[in-house]
Every structure is written in structure tokens, then in C-alpha cells.
Design a protein around this ligand. Structure first.
Ligand code: ADP
Length: 401
């Protein structure tokens, strides 16, 4: 049985098709520039050469219809008919306060996704368009929504409320929601498999360090705090996003420097973070290279990046009353032994010691703590699409095991 995973963005659709029995990836691809000039579909069947199809793709329905054609094509397809897709799982960014787990898509769920348009104006509308296009193309195929925010619905009030007038929460739902929930949940589950212990018994911190970065505290199996907030701008230093700043900086930029609100918004989202601090790149590989060559700005950017993460690890260990497991994932977390090593330094007081040899070997799923470290430190590649496929299979009763 096959599960198709769809991630519909503002002008793109990413997809992956899994054979669910053994979780084998059969094909993946990207429809890019939907509704724009130069739209195209890049289709990558796993056991066949990839194909790039340039075509006019005005909307999501055309995009998904091309995906179905590619998946079933006689030359580069991987299935014979769209009816071999047993279920479709959709990534949806925002489920607000009502959604606490992945769900079968019904009219009620579509309405909830719509209600959250204001909270995620760039993501929820295309997510819903992807769902509606699939419903039109395959009306009898079950569809599931997997929300980025759902894992964090368990965060308690003291961690999700901002200290602004309460009516802003009551009337406008302004609170911490958190994002990257599917990734944090996936790596937490894999960590438990590796350790042979149930999540309920562990105090765990998961660090998702990619272009976007966030960190989550998981206690008794539940997310109890996370660094992204009302939007994905809060928290850690990211590729181009500032993460935490004093909000008064915004007034200063507007009133004293004369920037418009749109300019400040764009600066904090697109010109800040590693890019803003280093003046070199948003890409950690470039910054590490420049730092190695002695570039002071690159060295500072790395120090700030690491310091912010350490601060959160300390804070979350305090929130949970200890720490059993620290997990690193996503591009930087999975690949940079230096960043992991810098982050872990100074946590000996928690009983956390890493083994530099294990840390630097190239294996991607591994424990990097010393044998006598009280805190287990794990590197786990994230796979949000596989998590979505697993949830979809479970909800649709496709699991064969
Ligand atoms: P996204 O959030 O877009 O999915 P990724 O999880 O792919 O991003 O992470 C991208 C980040 O990972 C970039 O900053 C990139 O430089 C970094 N990265 C990838 N490989 C390495 C590496 N070998 N060493 C250091 N950083 C790396």
C-alpha cells in the first residue's frame, strides 16, 4: 500500500510516495513556481533517472494532476494508476489550539485550517488548496492532515502565555504555538527506539537546527515548551531570522531610523540571524569555512548561535528538573560535529559528556555521549515526510504490522 505525502507551499508542492509496508521511498519531487512564469515539475523516481518537465502550471489542481501523471507514467512512473495510492497525508502548518494530533480530513477539519489562516497567512491557504486539489482528483482516497503545531498543544499556560494584556490571548489567540512539531516528535520517537525506553519516562530536549531552528523540551512524553512562538520568528538564531530580540528594537527602528514596518519585518525574517551577524551567508557551511580562515564576523556568528542554544538547553533543563536525553537534528544538527561539540561544552554539571571520536564519525544516526555520561546525546536525521506517512497509514488503518 502506498501513501503520498504532500507539502503544498506558497508557490510549490513537494511530494513523496512511500510503500508503507517497508517505508520505502518510491519517488519524490517538486512542482515549482505554481502560478508564475517558468513553472516546472522535477520528478525523482528512486530507481529510475529523474525528469524535469517544464509546463504552464497555473494552479494546485494542475500541479497535482501533473504529479499523478508523473507517478503513473510508463517510463518514469512508479505505480500503474493513481488508485494505487491508498491514502494522502498533507503537511499543514497551523492547527491553532483545537488540533492536538494528526486527523482524517473532514469538512470540519478544513474549516479549522481556514480559521487559522490569520495565524499562518503564508502557509495554511496553500496547504488547504493542496488538500482541495487532491480531493478533486481522487475523491475516494482518504486524506490526513498532519500539523506542525499539534505536538506543542500540550505546552502549559505558563509557557504559552505572553505577558501582554490577557485579552489579546482571549480575543486574538496571541500565544506561543510552536512549530517543527512533526520533526521534534519524529526524532523523539526514534530516540526512544534507540534507547529502548518509553518517551514518558524521559526528560528530553530536541534541537532542530536547519535553516529554521527550534528547540523543544519534552517531559512525560509531552512537549512542555518550545522556542518558536506565535510565529516561527521567535527563539533561536536561524539562517536569516533573528530569533529572540528586545521588542523595543522594532520601535527604535521605526521611530528613530525611519524604517517602515514592512522593512523591519523583512529585516528580521530575511536579513538577520546567521546572515545578518556574519555578513557572509545564511548557510552554516560557508560561515564555518570563513571562521576557519579567521573571519571575526563568522566566528562571532557561530558564538552567538551556539550561546543562544546553550541558554535554551539550560532553561529547559530547569523547566523539566533535569535532562536525560539531548537530540540533535536537521542540516546543522545532523552534520556539524563542531557545532554539536561547542553546544555540549559546559554541561558537565548536568552530567553531560560527549565522546569527540563518536561525535566526529560520519555515521548519521548515532549516540555521541561517553559511556559514563548521565545524559545521552543523540544525532538523529529528521524525516518529517516519513512521520506524515506513518500517521496517515495509522489513521487510515493501513498498518500491516
Ligand atoms: P531546512 O530548514 O531548509 O530543511 P536543512 O535542515 O537542510 O534546512 O539545514 C540547512 C542548514 O544545514 C544550512 O545552514 C546548512 O549550511 C547546514 N548544513 C548542511 N550540511 C552541513 C555540514 N556538513 N556542516 C555544517 N552545516 C551544514
Amino acid at each position: 500500500m502506498n501513501v503520498l505525502v504532500i507539502n503544498a507551499g506558497s508557490s510549490s508542492v513537494k511530494y513523496k510516495l512511500f510503500l508503507i509496508e517497508n517505508e520505502k521511498l518510491l519517488a519524490e519531487g517538486l512542482v515549482d513556481r505554481i502560478g508564475l512564469n517558468g513553472s516546472n515539475l522535477l520528478h525523482k523516481p528512486i530507481d529510475k533517472p529523474e525528469v524535469n518537465i517544464k509546463s504552464d502550471i497555473p494552479n494546485y489542481e494542475t500541479a497535482l494532476s501533473m504529479v499523478m501523471d508523473a507517478l503513473t507514467d510508463v517510463n518514469y512512473g512508479v505505480i500503474k494508476s493513481p488508485y494505487e495510492i491508498s491514502a494522502i497525508g498533507h503537511r499543514v502548518v497551523h492547527g491553532g489550539e483545537k488540533i492536538s494530533s494528526s486527523v482524517l480530513i473532514t469538512e470540519e477539519i478544513e474549516n479549522i485550517i481556514k480559521e487559522c489562516f490569520d495565524l499562518a497567512p503564508l502557509h495554511n491557504p496553500p496547504n488547504l488548496m493542496g488538500i482541495q486539489a487532491c480531493k478533486k482528483l481522487l475523491p475516494h482516497t482518504k486524506q490526513v492532515a498532519v500539523f506542525d503545531t499539534a505536538f506543542h498543544v500540550t505546552i502549559p499556560k505558563e509557557a504559552y502565555l505572553y505577558a501582554i494584556p490577557y485579552r489579546l490571548y482571549a480575543d486574538y489567540s496571541i500565544r506561543r504555538y510552536g512549530f517543527h512539531g512533526t520533526s521534534h516528535r519524529y526524532v523523539a520517537n526514534i530516540a526512544c527506539e534507540l534507547l529502548g525506553q518509553p518517551l514518558e519516562k524521559l526528560k528530553m530536549i530536541t534541537c532542530h537546527l536547519g535553516n529554521g531552528c527550534s528547540i523543544t523540551a519534552i517531559k512525560e512524553g509531552k512537549s512542555i515548551d518550545t522556542s518558536m512562538g506565535f510565529t516561527p520568528l521567535e527563539g533561536l538564531i536561524m539562517g536569516t531570522r533573528s530569533g529572540d530580540i528586545d521588542p523595543a528594537i522594532i520601535f527604535y527602528l521605526v521611530e528613530r531610523i525611519g524604517l517602515s514596518i514592512q522593512e523591519v519585518n523583512s529585516m528580521l525574517n530575511r536579513e538577520s540571524g546567521l546572515l545578518g551577524l556574519s555578513g557572509i551567508s545564511r548557510d552554516m557551511r560557508d560561515i564555518l569555512k570563513s571562521a576557519e580562515e579567521g573571519n571575526e564576523m563568522a566566528i562571532n556568528a557561530i558564538k552567538c548561535f551556539v550561546y543562544r542554544i546553550k541558554k535554551y538547553i539550560g532553561a529547559y533543563s530547569a523547566s523539566m528538573g533535569g535532562l536525560d536525553v539531548l537530540v540533535f537534528t536537521a542540516g546543522i544538527g545532523e552534520n556539524s560535529s563542531l557545532i554539536r561539540s561547542l553546544i555540549c561544552k559546559g554541561f558537565e554539571y548536568l552530567g553531560l559528556y560527549i565522546d569527540e571520536e563518536k561525535n566526529s564519525n560520519s555515521q548519521r544516526k548515532k549516540a555521541i555521549n561517553t559511556d559514563d555520561s548521565k545524559v545521552k546525546v543523540l544525532v538523529i536525521p529528521t524525516d518529517e515526510e516519513l512521520m506524515i506517512a506513518r500517521d496517515t497509514a495509522e489513521i487510515c488503518g493501513l498498518n500491516t504490522t
